[in-house]
Design a protein around this ligand. Structure first.
Ligand SMILES: [Zn+2]
Ligand SMILES: [Zn+2]
Length: 206
């Protein structure tokens, strides 16, 4: 198992979509290293000036890396000298808009392709399917649709368990049962949004 495969295999254990987690993490680490190392790189600066910076979710993610103030100051100073542009944004495997692409979206899209290909490649292996089966992870619907039927059966079983938690939460909203303490179903609604939408870019996923 190479490093890429190891990262995907490990992401089958924690809660959340493994592909979302890893792709969002790739975008976060790109932005984090950009602030530390590349904000003065002429090639990086030129690309950012062509795109007008980042798409809104990645621009806000940039403000949440460690110690962003210095790098974001330099970058926004340079961008505010340029005319306004709308960067193209990558969402659900589609580019939106007409400007130069958001560089963080490009990094994220390439990472997503890599991680999805690993997921598809190992779908038939019992060790991988066993790790997904026993882990807390659950592929979001967009990634489940793209990652092959072998994963979708197990994903459907996990979705059914999530629906049962939503039903349990709803039951406890009834005044007759409201005294019962909330268990894991207390945050099932958040996990349901993650399944339907995938993790938002603002979540670094690690
Ligand atoms: Zn996902
Ligand atoms: Zn972006």
């Amino acid at each position: 198992m190479n490093n890429l495969e190891g990262a995907v295999f490990d992401a089958l254990e924690p809660a959340g979509c493994p592909v979302c987690r890893l792709t969002r993490s790739a975008a976060y680490h790109y932005l984090d290293s950009l602030i530390y190392e590349a904000v003065n790189d002429p090639g990086v600066r030129a690309a950012l000036e062509r795109s007008g910076g980042f798409c809104p979710p990645h621009f806000w993610l940039l403000t949440r890396v460690e110690n962003p103030a210095g790098g974001v100051t330099m970058l926004t100073q340079a961008l505010l000298e340029e005319p306004p542009r709308l960067p193209r944004q990558y969402a659900a495997h589609t580019w939106i808009g007409s400007g130069a692409p958001c560089p963080a979206c490009e990094v994220q899209a390439q990472a997503e392709d890599r991680y999805e290909s690993v997921i598809r490649k190992h779908a038939a292996r019992p060790e991988w399917r066993g790790a997904y089966s026993t882990g807390a992870s659950l592929l979001c619907r967009p990634h489940a649709l793209r990652c092959g039927q072998d994963w979708q059966d197990e994903t459907a079983r996990k979705e059914a368990a999530l629906r049962a938690e939503l039903a349990e939460f709803t039951r406890k909203q009834d005044y007759r049962f409201a005294h019962e303490p909330l268990g894991s179903e207390g945050n099932a609604w958040r996990r349901a949004v993650a399944v339907l939408a995938g993790l938002g870019p603002e979540q670094k996923g690690s």
